[in-house]
Ligand binder design. Structure first.
Ligand SMILES: Nc1ccn([C@@H]2O[C@H](COP(=O)(O)OP(=O)(O)OP(=O)(O)O)[C@@H](O)[C@H]2O)c(=O)n1
Ligand SMILES: C[C@](O)(CO)[C@H](O)COP(=O)(O)O
Length: 237
C-alpha cells in the first residue's frame, strides 16, 4: 500500500537545560548542525512527501538559510510549548494522510528503525518508538516518599518519531487545547481519547540531546559510526 507521509520536526525549543550560547538544534556535532543530522533521516525517503521544520520566531531567518536548497522542506514559526509547535506543524501540512512527529534534538536514529515505524503506521494508524527501561523505576509522592515500584517489564522509555494518521492526531491536539491539557509527548493526547497506540522497539542510541553530557554521548555515537561504517542508509546532506 502506498502511503503519503508528512514529517513535523519540532525545533522551536530554547534548550534551557543544555545551556550555552548556541541552541542545541544548531550546535555542530561531527562538523554538522544537529538539525541537519535530524533532517537527513527523512530526506529522499520514499513515502515522505512534505517536511515541516518548526523553529522559534527569532530563528526563522537562520533556519531558512540553513535549509535553503532542501526541496520539499518548509520552515514555520513555533509556539511556547513543544505541543504548540507540533500543532502548528500539523496544521501546516497540506496533502498527506499520515504524519511522523520528531524532535530536532534526536539526531541519531537510523533508517532501518524508521522503516519499521513506517510499516507499523501503515498497519496500525498510531505507532511510536520506545525502548525497554533499564533502571528500576519508583513512583513517589510530593514529599519524595516512595509510593510503589511498577513492574519493569511493562515500562518503556518513549522516543520520537511518533507516527499517526494525520486526522487522528490533529483531533487529539485540538481536544487537548480545548481542555488545557499539556502532554509530554503526542501519543498521550491520543491515549486520553481512548485510541490504541502501538510500540515499535526504538534504539538506545536515539537519545534526546537535553543536558550537556548528552553531547559527549552524541559525539561518541557519531565516532563509533564513523569507525564501523554503520548507518550508511541515511541520505548524506
Ligand atoms: N516550544 C517548543 C519547545 C520545544 N520544542 C522542540 O521539542 C523538542 C524536545 O524538547 P526539549 O528537549 O525539551 O527541547 P527544549 O525545549 O529546547 O529544551 P529545554 O526544555 O531544556 O529548554 C526539541 O527538539 C525542541 O526544539 C519546540 O519545537 N517548541
Ligand atoms: C516527546 C519526547 O521526546 C518523548 O520522549 C519527550 O517527552 C519530550 O520531552 P521534553 O519535555 O520536551 O524534554
Amino acid at each position: 500500500m502506498k502511503v503519503n507521509i508528512g514529517v513535523v520536526i519540532a525545533a522551536a525549543g530554547q534548550g534551557k537545560r543544555m545551556g550555552g550560547s548556541v541552541k542545541k538544534q544548531f550546535i555542530e556535532l561531527g562538523g554538522k548542525p544537529v538539525l541537519l543530522h535530524t533532517l537527513s533521516l527523512f530526506i529522499g525517503l520514499e513515502h515522505v512527501k512534505e517536511i515541516i521544520v518548526v523553529t522559534a520566531e527569532e530563528d526563522m531567518e537562520c533556519t531558512q538559510e540553513l535549509l535553503r536548497g532542501y526541496r520539499g522542506v518548509r520552515v514555520i514559526p513555533g509556539g511556547a510549548e513543544r505541543q504548540d509547535s507540533v500543532y502548528l506543524g500539523l496544521k501546516a501540512l497540506r496533502s498527506v494522510e499520515y504524519v511522523m512527529i520528531h524532535d530536532s534534538a534526536r539526531p541519531f536514529l537510523t533508517r532501518p528503525t524508521l522503516l519499521k515505524l513506517i510499516e507499523a503506521l501503515r498497519a496500525k494508524r498510531a505507532a511510536i518508538l520506545a525502548v525497554p527501561v533499564k533502571d528500576t523505576i519508583k513512583r513517589t509522592d510530593a514529599e519524595g516518599i516512595v509510593v510503589d515500584t511498577p513492574p519493569r517489564k511493562s515500562l518503556w522509555a518513549v522516543q520520537t518519531p511518533q507516527a499517526f494518521a494525520l486526522s487522528d492526531i490533529i483531533r487529539a491536539h485540538e481536544r487537548a487545547r480545548e481542555e488545557g491539557f499539556i502532554g509530554t509527548d503526542d501519543a498521550s493526547l491520543l491515549e486520553r481519547m481512548g485510541q490504541t497506540v502501538h510500540i515499535v522497539e526504538g534504539e538506545y542510541t536515539n537519545i534526546k540531546l537535553t543536558t550537556p553530557e548528552d553531547l559527549v554521548f552524541g559525539e561518541a555515537i557519531l565516532e563509533r559510526r564513523k569507525e564501523t561504517g554503520d548507518d550508511t542508509s541515511r541520505t548524506r546532506i
